[in-house]
Design a protein around this ligand. Structure first.
Ligand code: AKG
Length: 257
C-alpha cells in the first residue's frame, strides 16, 4: 500500500520543502485566505460558465490526454487581479527557487476543471514537456490551488509519492498511487518529475484547480503570457511580475546600459 500524500501547514516552510523532497509532492494547507479565494473563485467560475466542455473536435482542444469532460482556461491573469497574487505567493516562490536551484520564471498558468463523469487521465510527468531536450534534474515546480475541495471521488490529482526519483523504466502499480485530497484554499506543490494524473470524477459536481508551472530562468516556457493575455494587461502588473512572466516592456535596455 502506498503511503498517503502528506499535508503540511503553510506556516512550516521547512517541512513543506522536506516533504516535497521526500515524496515529490505535498499538500500545503490553508495557503490562501478566504477573501482571496472568494474573489478568484467567483471570477473563474464565471469564466468557466462561458466555455464548453472540451468534448468535441469542433471545440478544439479536447483530447484523450486533456479529457473530454474537462474545461481548461489559459491567460489566467485576465480573470481577476488577485490571481497574480496567487501566482506570486511568497511561500510558493521561495519553495520554487529552492527546488529549482535557480530564479524561477513562469512556464504556464491553467484552470483545470474536471467535470462529472471524466475518466482518469493518463499517468505522466510534467517535465516530459521538455523530454526531447534530454535534460536532467528538476526542471519544473508546480502548484495547483484547490478552488473546490479535492476528493478521491471528484477527481483529486492522483500522485505516486517518491516517483520523482524512480528510474524511467521502473514498473508501477495502482497501489503506488494516492489521491491528493485537499480542502479548498490548500495547494498541491509537486515536482515536474513526479508521476501523476488528473483523477476520475465520480460525483455530480466539478472539481476546479488553478495551476501554475515554475521553471528555471534559462528554460523555454510552454506559454507566452504576452500572447495569451489581453493587450495591455501585462503593462499594468508590478515589475517583479513582469520579469517573472518574461515580459520586458523596456526591451533589453537594462542589459545594454
Ligand atoms: O487536473 C489535474 O489534477 C492534473 C492534470 C494534469 O496533470 C495535466 O493535465 O497535465
Amino acid at each position: 500500500m502506498a503511503q498517503a500524500l502528506r499535508s503540511v501547514t503553510a506556516k512550516d516552510e521547512e517541512q513543506i520543502y522536506a516533504t516535497l523532497n521526500d515524496d515529490g509532492a505535498v499538500v500545503v494547507t490553508d495557503l490562501f485566505d478566504a477573501d482571496v479565494l472568494e474573489e478568484v473563485d467567483g471570477a473563474i467560475h464565471t469564466a468557466l460558465a462561458k466555455v464548453p466542455w472540451c468534448n468535441t473536435a469542433e471545440e478544439g482542444y479536447g483530447s484523450d490526454f486533456f479529457g473530454r469532460k474537462t474545461k481548461r482556461l489559459h491567460g489566467v491573469l485576465q480573470y481577476c487581479p488577485r490571481i497574480e497574487q496567487c501566482m506570486m505567493h511568497p511561500i510558493t516562490l521561495a519553495t520554487a527557487t529552492r527546488w529549482l536551484g535557480h530564479k524561477p520564471q513562469f512556464s504556464t498558468g491553467e484552470v483545470m476543471a474536471i467535470g462529472p463523469g471524466e475518466q482518469q487521465q493518463d499517468l505522466h510527468t510534467d517535465a516530459g514537456s521538455w523530454r526531447r531536450a534530454n535534460l536532467s534534474g528538476e526542471l519544473l515546480f508546480s502548484m495547483t490551488i484547490a478552488l473546490t475541495d479535492f476528493t478521491a471521488a471528484n477527481g483529486a490529482t492522483v500522485v505516486a509519492p517518491g516517483s520523482h526519483r524512480w528510474p524511467a523504466d521502473r514498473p508501477y502499480r495502482e497501489a503506488d498511487f494516492v489521491a491528493a485530497e485537499m480542502r479548498r484554499g490548500s495547494a498541491l506543490f509537486y515536482s515536474g518529475n513526479v508521476l501523476h494524473s488528473g483523477g476520475a470524477n465520480r460525483t455530480d459536481t466539478t472539481r476546479v484547480g488553478l495551476y501554475f508551472g515554475y521553471i528555471p530562468f534559462w528554460l523555454q516556457p510552454l506559454e507566452n503570457a504576452a500572447i495569451t493575455h489581453p493587450a495591455g494587461l501585462l503593462d499594468s502588473l508590478p515589475a517583479a511580475t513582469q520579469d517573472f512572466l518574461g515580459y520586458h516592456p523596456q526591451g533589453f535596455q537594462a542589459l545594454l546600459g
